[in-house]
Unconditional design. Sequence first.
Length: 446
Amino acid sequence: MQHFEVNFDGLVGPTHNYAGLSFGNVASLNNANASSSPKQAAKQGLQKAKALADMGLTQGVLAPQERPDVLTLRRLGFSGTDAQVLEKAAKQAPQVFLACCSASSMWTANAATVSPSADTADGKVHFTPANLTNKFHRSLEPQVTGRILQATFNNDKYFKHHTHLPDNEFFGDEGAANHTRLCQNYGHEGVEIFTFGRYAFDTSKPAPQKYPARQTLEACQAIARLHGLSDENVVYVQQNPNVIDQGVFHNDVISVGNQNVLFYHEQAFHNTDAAFAEIQQKFGDEKVYFIKVDSQQVSVEEAVKTYLFNTQIVTMTNGDMAIIAPTECRDSKAVSSYLSDLVTQNTPIKQIHYFDVKQSMRNGGGPACLRLRVAMNDQEVDAVNPNTLLYDTLFERLNLWVDKHYRDQLLVADLHDPQLLIESRTALDELTQILKLGSVYPFQQD
Ligand SMILES: NCCC[C@H](NC(=O)CCC(=O)O)C(=O)O
């Protein structure tokens, strides 16, 4: 049996915009109200995904969500026709309205936590959508995310879907952005590393002071229970509260792992030595490469600006690893010289590939945010909805679909345009036919 890691990239939705919604995410705050290009954003994402497919990796896509979220606006008391709902909300509660327009589901690293079948008690691949409670605009995602995941991984024999954790800050969960899995190979039992920002039920423990810690230990523990993980395969590590206060709102902004590599900044974790000893012990006899970047090489500020750690580390068909980095890393002297040196060292990382994902970066989402990793064996890959796997035909079809429906430019002030709602729904309706997802959106269920 063969084993793969498949990346499911989030398609950028037609309302991609910069509304400054994410307190604690420096790029989101700095780019508030800038004009965006949904078309360019979607194409940048597709290019990156297709390039990985061309490198011989299996690549899938996940559908975006319906925005503006008229259903939520109605729940909040705005009434009338859809156009009236948009107009009233934009006028009477602009911040609430903007939150209901975000295309943030594009960052599928926050869609769910996934545990491969090699790690779970029942031998199925488990999915728990993230509840994303810390940000109102993101808390609107989990229900539809669950439907999209079920329509993508639509076979009960191999896939187990859980409901997202209770919607409150005690169980704040941001999905795979705070979860990394190390393993000797993808089919082998792995070590699932859950990273959290604070203890929900013990306020005497360290926590950030300035920016929110979005993920709690208790949420991580609940997911490990739901997925049937053994204590022998799980490590919980607290993020260094101080780096959260410097803009590291998810752990994937300061560390990334793949197979036997954990690439991290020296300030990423609290109690690093104890955590790494536990990881190595649970990993087994083979050595884990803990690749440390220290503050003199790259400061936390530079790491947040360039997203050095929001890179993907992928295993190529010849067994070497490659780093998939945003062009911001190439444009930084400190980071690009670090990376050029890294590939000459004695680690599995041998190549660096740069991609322009600026439209996403301006909202604090790099290459790693744009993908959800699902390690599977060949039978499981065969059980995935085949229309969501990105081969040449789907790539071409999706590019045409973007050209047909997406605007070149969008301003925050355009979001209440009723025509945009019609365009978005028309696009998404067609997308569900292309990907054969069925009726996953509220507007399709009226
Ligand atoms: N994993 C990357 C997530 C980025 C995302 N940004 C946003 O939602 C910004 C949206 C805006 O500000 O318009 C977040 O912070 O959760």
